[in-house]
Design a protein around this ligand. Structure first.
Ligand code: ZN
Length: 278
């Protein structure tokens, strides 16, 4: 089921129960007119009870979701073979991630990623740095025109990540006319989920190059997860590129450490789109 279909069902639930609610009261009033209709009264009360129970469950799910802390894990640039290899590992921990791509048009990888609950974000055509762009024409060509190309193939791009984490004065405002969220690459910040609906948000790299060894990496991840202690409904954003042993990669064991430690603490991995739509 697509995310949009899921949202539609989610939003239809209260309406459905409200209609049931209305229907049950109508039945009760009609039935009260005749004591011969006892069975109808009992049936209407059962429907009413089910409706109220459903409403309570829906409300509880929403409250619990709003209080859940989360991590937005991003993979930048593009390596469909490497990224595809780790779909199952992400699934093992119920993790949804965002792939920020630098391709001209969607590939089979993009459709498969979306089918598995991940998001395709954009990272500029051919990784062209926004800070080095010369005026509106270049900004349009490398960052905005691809939105229409992807849309023609059925993919809605709503999140953009600056290559090298850099824009130019005024580029946030221009890009936010077309994207809901723009992501940087400079700092780890603790956000409330409401800040992820629209605007600029920053992220930090967890590539291997920043950590001397596994112990240093694990200590960093532990501190990152500790930031959630005593907080509800918060999110932090981290990014890497591919999974592996290179400097600008994240080691496979390191990725699994983040996924498993977060899951143990009840921290969820969201896509940007999931938070924009709520
Ligand atoms: Zn990049």
């Amino acid at each position: 089921m697509s995310k949009d279909a899921g949202m539609l069902i989610c939003r239809s639930v209260p309406v459905f129960f409200a209609l049931l609610h209305y229907y049950s009261f109508s039945c009760i009033i009609k039935a009260m007119k005749s004591i011969k209709k006892k069975k109808t009264v009992i049936a209407a009360l059962a429907v009413l009870f089910a409706a109220l129970f459903g409403l309570a469950v829906t409300k509880l799910i929403r409250v619990r979701e709003a209080r859940t802390n989360g991590i937005l894990l991003c993979f930048d640039d593009y390596d469909e073979y490497n990224w595809s290899e780790y779909f199952d590992l992400l699934e093992k921990y119920d993790a949804h991630v965002t792939y920020f791509v630098i391709i001209e048009e969607p590939t089979d990888f993009c459709f498969e990623a979306i089918k598995r609950g991940h998001e395709i974000g954009y990272h500029s055509l051919a990784h062209t740095t926004v800070a080095d762009m010369d005026g509106w024409d270049e900004l349009y060509k490398y960052t905005i025109a691809p939105i229409e190309t992807f849309r023609e193939h059925g993919i809605e791009l709503t999140t953009f990540a600056y290559p090298e984490g850099r824009g130019y004065p005024g580029s946030d405002e221009e890009l936010l006319k077309y994207y809901k969220v723009i992501r940087g690459a400079n700092e780890l910040i603790f956000y409330g989920k409401d800040k992820l609906r629209h605007g600029f948000v920053d992220a930090v790299s967890i590539d291997n190059i920043h950590f001397e060894n596994d112990e240093v990496y694990k200590a960093y991840i532990d501190r990152l997860l500790d930031n959630f202690n005593g907080n509800v409904g918060g999110v932090q954003i981290v990014f890497t590129h591919t999974i592996g042993d290179g400097g600008w990669c994240l080691g496979e064991e390191r990725l699994e450490y983040l996924l498993s430690e977060a899951k143990k603490r009840g921290i969820k991995f969201y896509t940007f789109k999931e938070l924009q739509d709520n």
